[in-house]
Ligand binder design. Structure first.
Ligand SMILES: [Zn+2]
Ligand SMILES: [Zn+2]
Length: 777
């Protein structure tokens, strides 16, 4: 394919779709034309030595977004640069940061300006360090993370101008020990927050308070650093950046980097002859379809990477593709492989070489691939299922045709409402982004521990509370009543003997973590958030951890331990739960005609009652097994809507269809919220009822699954109109007769997906949406 030009990549896709029997599978083909670069000149303020470093690396001019962001940062404006994968975002902050370091350097080489770089992972910080060192600029840079030896940590703290760390180290080490960091913090000029779209949900709320604590400590040393954030392309990056830092942040979104022609195909697997729950049709598995397409592409000599969710799926795709190729040509199966991870560096280099040279034509991999191997510049990418966010999709797609080279990508839908909606609504993937990075800094469960940590770092004064949001005062008062803080004339003091920073585990989303212990070795393989343990680590669950498949043998809720064993079952499991909700307080509402849309605090009680076993890859349900797990309660945030009886009667929605209509609308709305809020459908839950005790009306709730809320329901409230229009559309346009997993059936429904009324759900949503354009607060 490399020798083909123009619409060659689109032709590749068309040939895949032209295979007899595949007539209806290509739902959309979008050919994005090649985009020429938009250049800008190097700014006059940039240090000549830094420019020489970049020039030596081949960057002879800037792209327009790099110049805009660098100029803003240099002038002291907080900025977020939200452009595509491989658009050179690093340069936008490295240029002002390195210039400041060089200009600040004293006559005897002492440091005069410092930079703190924060990445969500250690690996990313290591990559950044390598790119800085390669510039050949006079720079003292080092990583400060859990892997750094102690003597290196001391050196970094005392001598480095450019420190690369993560929010965990900032939270647990740098801020509590700020006195030892005083010299570094006093001269802190820039704080870089890289890949900031990772900070979402409860983790995002934690990180937002860690950054506020950083700002406060810096201010106490007289430093007011400029924040530069880098994000994937998302909706409203400046809103997320402002929430994350508490500062006004300028967005830079116009991507000036060049791109080759991209043909993006949206692909829907066909219905199979299997019969699903309640007689529903079942679609062919995305992984099976991916294996077919991988075989076809390899047979054509197209270098292809297939992304599959689990390692087991990866093996399956590679083996199936190889078997199909053996029928074509006995030499071809050897040119397809599964990327298993855990390779030695030389093995990885060999693999990269084989792909680049064309000896290997097809590779199936999980996302684990994103660490440690460079396979850029392939011809095509297959994605077995939407990878969760648009940002992640473009990142996977970016593995093909890096830079100005042409590329083809195929997104193959899984049998769920989100994937089905996306392959029929290309505008949701290609138009203005609707997904926003979402989190809620006002969550009191998250805020409390950070206020304690802040008070231990320096006594908290009344004036400083504003930094932590309008709810901070009441949380401080509660902490004072609980005896954790003591109020003195000069402020609130931490009085406990413990380290306050230990109160918050910023990677946990609530409740004690459950350890996954391998039965055979006693080794802790990983952890599951307490909040998710009932649904994902119950006895009998198939658990996929970093691509490996395990079977849970037992779950001990008192010891917070799940015993697991490596296994290779031919089925997957999904837990089903029943939920109840009471309204604690409505915080905001608006009227859509007679209907009312609300957002507020709720008490949720939920119980995992059973789990389903589904054969893989067909998805056929083979068993449902009961579970005996306790009810759990949760105070959190929900969005809900109510419709009065007379509006229902007017639309001829009879009382007997209402429970099924509301239930179907609830399921599909949960399935589609991840399109608007960067969450997973497992992060949220819902309840629907034809009459709710607290509202007295037909009510549908969608709630956050974390104590205090993660911001997802709130985003649902803000984007309600678009979200519910999409929900109505997904139900109405689904080709099934009475409901299926692509529209209204939910894998986590504790009521066996019963009752569900597809047709009435559409009419119900029509009633709700009828006056949605003229909403009043
Ligand atoms: Zn359907
Ligand atoms: Zn349900």
């Amino acid at each position: 394919m490399a020798q083909q030009r123009g619409s060659g990549v689109a032709d590749v896709v068309r040939r895949l779709a032209a295979v007899p029997g595949r007539e209806d599978r290509l739902t959309h083909l979008e050919v994005l034309p090649a985009r020429p670069p938009r250049y800008a000149e190097w700014p006059a303020w940039a240090s000549p030595r830094v420019l020489t470093g970049f020039a030596a690396r081949g960057a002879d001019r800037l792209w327009s977004h790099q110049a805009a962001a660098a100029d803003a940062a240099h002038s002291g404006t907080h900025v977020v640069v939200a452009t595509g994968t491989a658009s050179g975002k690093s340069l936008a902050y490295q240029l002002p940061a390195l210039t400041a370091i060089e200009e600040g350097r004293g006559a005897r080489g002492q440091r005069g300006a410092t930079v703190l770089y924060i990445a969500p992972t250690k690996a990313l910080a290591q990559d950044q360090l390598a790119s800085l060192v390669g510039l050949g600029v006079d720079l003292r840079a080092g990583t400060y993370d859990g892997d750094s030896p102690l003597d290196q940590r001391d050196w970094v703290r005392d001598h480095a101008d450019y420190v690369l760390t993560n929010p965990d180290m900032l939270h647990r080490s740098i801020l509590p020990g700020h006195v030892r960091w005083a010299a570094f913090l006093r001269t802190l000029r820039y704080v870089v927050v890289d890949e900031c779209h990772h900070y979402r949900g409860v983790f995002g709320a934690h990180v937002s308070h860690v950054l506020r604590r950083l700002r406060r400590v810096c201010a106490s040393y007289g430093a007011h650093p400029t924040f530069v954030l880098a994000s994937a392309t998302v909706a409203e990056p400046e809103i997320a950046a402002t929430r994350l830092t508490g500062l006004d942040v300028l967005p830079v979104t116009g991507d000036g980097a060049p791109r080759g022609e991209v043909a993006l195909a949206l692909w829907e697997p066909p219905l199979t002859s299997y019969v699903g729950e309640n007689g529903a049709p079942v679609r062919r598995a995305a992984s099976s379809e991916t294996a077919d397409l991988l075989a076809d592409l390899v047979a054509e000599g197209v270098r292809t990477l297939a992304f599959v969710r689990s390692r087991r799926g990866v093996e399956q795709v590679a083996l199936t593709a190889a078997a199909l190729l053996a029928e074509v040509d006995p030499s071809l199966p050897a040119r397809v492989a599964a990327y298993r991870g855990g390779y030695l560096p030389e093995e990885r280099r060999e693999l990269e070489q084989a792909l680049r040279g064309g000896d290997l034509l097809g590779l199936a991999a999980t996302n684990a691939l994103e660490l440690g191997i460079d396979v850029s510049g392939l011809d095509a990418v297959l994605m077995a299922g939407f990878p969760g966010t648009r940002a992640a999709m473009w990142q996977q797609l970016g593995r093909a045709g890096r830079g100005a080279q042409d590329a083809a990508g195929v997104l193959i839908a899984r049998d769920d409402p989100l994937d089905t909606y996306l392959v029929h609504h290309p505008e949701a993937l290609l138009g203005r982004p609707v997904e926003a990075t979402v989190f809620d800094p006002s969550n009191p469960y998250v805020l409390g521990p950070h206020l304690c940590a802040a008070a231990q770092e320096r006594p908290l004064t009344t004036d400083e509370l504003d930094l932590f949001g309008p709810g901070a005062r009441s949380v401080v008062d509660a902490l004072t009543d609980a005896g954790l803080l003591r109020r003195r004339p000069s402020g609130w003091y931490w009085t406990d003997r413990r380290r306050a920073a230990d109160l918050a585990d910023i990677r946990s989303t609530g409740g004690p973590q459950v350890q996954l212990v391998e039965a055979e070795t006693g080794r802790v393989v990983g952890t599951v958030d307490g909040g998710r343990s009932h649904s994902s680590a119950h006895e009998g669950a198939v658990y996929v951890h970093r691509g490996e498949t395990y079977l849970v043998e037992s779950l001990d809720l008192e010891e917070h331990v799940a015993v697991i064993a490596r296994a290779d079952p031919d089925y997957s499991t999904s837990a089903r739960e029943v939920t109840d909700i009471t309204v604690v307080q409505e915080r905001q509402h608006r009227h859509w005609g007679e209907c009312r849309l609300s957002c507020g605090e709720v008490d949720v009680s939920h119980q995992v009652v059973s789990f389903l076993k589904r054969r893989q890859p067909s998805g056929e349900v083979i068993a449902e097994e009961p579970l005996d797990l306790p009810v759990r309660t949760l105070r959190t945030t929900a969005v809900w809507w109510t419709i009065p009886d007379d509006a229902l009667a007017e639309a001829r929605l009879d009382p007997e269809v209402l429970p099924g209509a509301a239930h179907a609308a609830e399921h599909c709305a949960i399935g589609l919220l991840p399109l608007f809020a960067t969450c997973d459908r497992w992060d949220i839950g819902g309840v629907s009822t034809a009459r709710h005790a607290d509202t007295g009306r037909l009510t549908v709730f969608v709630h956050d699954g974390h104590p205090g809320g993660a911001g997802f329901a709130e985003r649902g409230y803000r984007a309600a109109r678009e979200w519910l229009i999409a929900t109505r559309e997904a139900i109405g346009s689904c080709e099934c007769a009475e409901g299926c997993p692509s529209c209204i059936q939910s894998p986590k429904c504790g009521n066996q997906n019963h009752p569900l009324d597809k047709e009435a759900a559409v009419r119900l949503l029509d009633v709700l949406l009828e006056h949605s354009d003229g909403s009043q607060e």
